[in-house]
Ligand binder design. Structure first.
Ligand code: SF4
Length: 181
């Protein structure tokens, strides 16, 4: 989602990312502390949760994917849904990268649990646990599969991708000094 060429440097040439990205990971870890104090029952009545599994590791040989989702919700309409806690403020939109992440979780849940997924849920803990429902549509799932195919094409066949990305991303890219763009 950031840049196809990023995949090439990371997965084909196996060049490590710079350490400056580590602070993002640390921020993500804070979320687990916050989850410890959260009232985990408040969702049940709000969105019809009848059961849930926490910190679920999911894998799929056919999708070539693994992932760990904060919660898998089982809803009273017979569907399932991923729920993810974000250490962020809600600013009235769900970013493209998050949509992709939740769509991939949805595909993994459908395959692992054999249940349909039509929504994902995001909790923005820095905005008083704002709960946002994200519809996961068929075109979103098809698009996610297409993106996966492109990533695997770069990774497995070593295809050097065109750099079609915004200049501002290049300025912030860990590979900017290597990349001829
Ligand atoms: S420098 Fe720009 S084109 Fe090159 S990998 Fe980074 S984001 Fe992509």
């Amino acid at each position: 989602m950031y840049c196809p060429r990023f995949v090439y440097f990371m997965n084909v040439l196996k060049i490590q990312q710079h350490e400056h990205r580590r602070h993002l990971v640390n921020k993500g870890r804070d979320i687990h502390v916050l989850k410890m104090v959260q009232n985990k029952e408040y969702l049940r009545s709000k969105i019809g949760v009848i059961d849930k599994s926490l910190d679920v590791y999911l894998s799929s040989p056919s999708l070539h994917l693994v992932g760990k989702v904060d919660e898998v919700l089982f809803l009273n309409d017979g569907s399932a849904a991923p729920l993810d806690y974000k250490y962020a403020y809600w600013d009235n939109r769900v970013y493209k990268t998050l949509k992709m992440q939740q769509t991939l979780y949805s595909l993994l849940i459908e395959e692992n649990f054999g249940l349909p997924v039509s929504n994902a849920y995001l909790v923005y803990v820095r905005s008083k646990n704002h709960l946002e429902m994200l519809p996961i549509t068929k075109p979103m799932k098809e698009n996610a599969l297409t993106v996966l195919e492109k990533i695997f094409n770069i990774t497995y066949h070593g295809a050097f991708p065109n750099a079609k990305t915004a200049i501002r991303k290049c300025e912030d890219c860990t590979y900017r000094n290597l990349c001829v763009s």
